[in-house]
Ligand binder design. Structure first.
Ligand code: DX5
Ligand code: ZN
Length: 215
């Protein structure tokens, strides 16, 4: 059964507590928290204090997606405020292996994200070290964008690479996921679906999470 990780980026920030309660009470598996620095991506989201507050009420793991340059500068801080998993971007890391070891040495699950134009082949050497690969299905930085269909090929190829290794790495897909395309993404080989607008812009977010979970 695949996992669903609602992205709080699409939540009403004036009612963040209510959004956390929705995730807690729903079939969702992880909280997906998007951190943007205004440099790696052309947007700024939120930082440690918000993660800390979310973590204080979260009854499920906090999955932190770092869309930032030099993530090594902030990884220990995110651990302190409650991150259970940290995913860094392939495109933002000069010494990716060192970044992954840093995350794991602090006792967290380590993930690497790749942008839509980055081939999955670039992960071959690091794959045995990873707990999560995050295949971006939109260019990172904003919620509410359209799913890039080339993602299907990347997910299929990555799933085969993981299978050939005999590994149990999660394949997470993030961006433009809806109730309509969710089952095809899972069929291609994804086992974690991230969804922002599909969950928090829905009239009934708990139901939307249930629909993504049953896809
Ligand atoms: C985009 C973020 C996503 C975003 C997804 O850079 O990584 O997690 O919140 O939003 P939707 O599901 O609306 O595309
Ligand atoms: Zn994300």
């Amino acid at each position: 059964m695949h996992l669903v990780a609602p992205s709080l980026l699409a939540a009403d920030f004036l009612h963040l507590g209510a959004a956390c309660q929705i995730v807690n009470e729903s079939d969702a598996d992880w909280f997906h928290l998007d951190i943007m620095d205004g440099r790696f991506v052309p947007n700024i989201s939120y930082g440690m204090s918000i993660v800390e507050q979310i973590h204080s009420v979260a009854k499920k793991p906090c999955d932190v997606h770092l869309m930032i340059e030099e993530p090594e500068r902030y990884v220990p801080e995110f651990k302190k405020v409650g991150a259970d998993h940290i995913t860094v971007h392939w495109e933002a890391c000069r010494h990716l292996h060192r970044n992954v070891q840093q995350i794991k040495s602090l006792g967290m699950k380590a993930g690497v994200a790749i942008n839509p134009a980055t081939p999955v082949d670039f992960l071959q050497a690091i794959l045995p070290e990873l707990d999560i690969v995050l295949v971006m299905s939109v260019n990172p930085g904003f919620g509410g964008q359209t799913f890039i269909s080339h993602t299907f090929q990347k997910v299929r190829k990555l799933r085969k690479m993981i299978h050939d290794l005999g590994a149990h790495t999660h394949v997470m897909v993030d961006g433009g996921i809806s109730v309509d395309n969710a089952s095809a993404i899972v069929a291609a080989g994804a086992d974690v679906l991230v969804a922002g607008s599909t969950v928090f812009h829905a009239p009934d977010p708990i139901r939307a999470i249930g629909q993504l979970k049953n896809a």
